[in-house]
Ligand binder design. Structure first.
Ligand SMILES: [Zn+2]
Length: 142
């Protein structure tokens, strides 16, 4: 994997550690296998809306993936925050210039999160995943 940090070097190590844990890998050698865990198909619009809402922390080039005899460039955009704890987005684009296949867009997370919400303050809700314990708060005041 070729990992580019989009968050500055200060947070790179932590984000990369989170990414490797989400992919079940020990280091950046080799490539993650396709499909990614709990991958859910997105339209191109849904993909870009998601990526533009919260800039991902890492952009990861994952080599090529073979799907139904077609070769795809495989890129992960790791987010790791909020509902995308332990996950993010991925796009696979066909390598052949003459390929008629469309690109494949997904969002994925290592855990198939099941969120439980609890009001913890004025306009403040805490979401905790019943399966992995990941938690984040959403402030709706502003
Ligand atoms: Zn979870």
């Amino acid at each position: 994997m070729l990992v580019h940090s989009l968050v500055g070097d200060k947070n790179r190590e932590r984000c990369q550690g989170d990414l490797l844990a989400a992919l079940g890998k020990k280091d950046t050698f080799g490539y993650p296998s396709w499909p990614l865990p709990n991958a859910k198909d997105l339209s191109a619009n849904e993909f870009w809306r998601g990526v533009n809402s919260y800039i991902p922390t890492l952009w990861v080039w994952c080599g090529t993936a073979q799907i139904e005899g077609e070769s795809y460039d495989f890129n992960i955009f790791y987010d790791g925050r909020g509902t995308l704890a332990g996950g993010g987005y991925a796009v696979l684009s066909p390598r052949g210039w003459k390929s008629e296949k469309p690109a494949i867009y997904v969002r994925w997370t290592a855990c198939d999160h099941k969120w439980r919400s609890k009001t913890v303050g004025n306009c403040l809700t805490r979401y905790t995943c019943e399966r992995c314990g990941s938690a984040h708060e959403v402030d709706s005041s502003g």
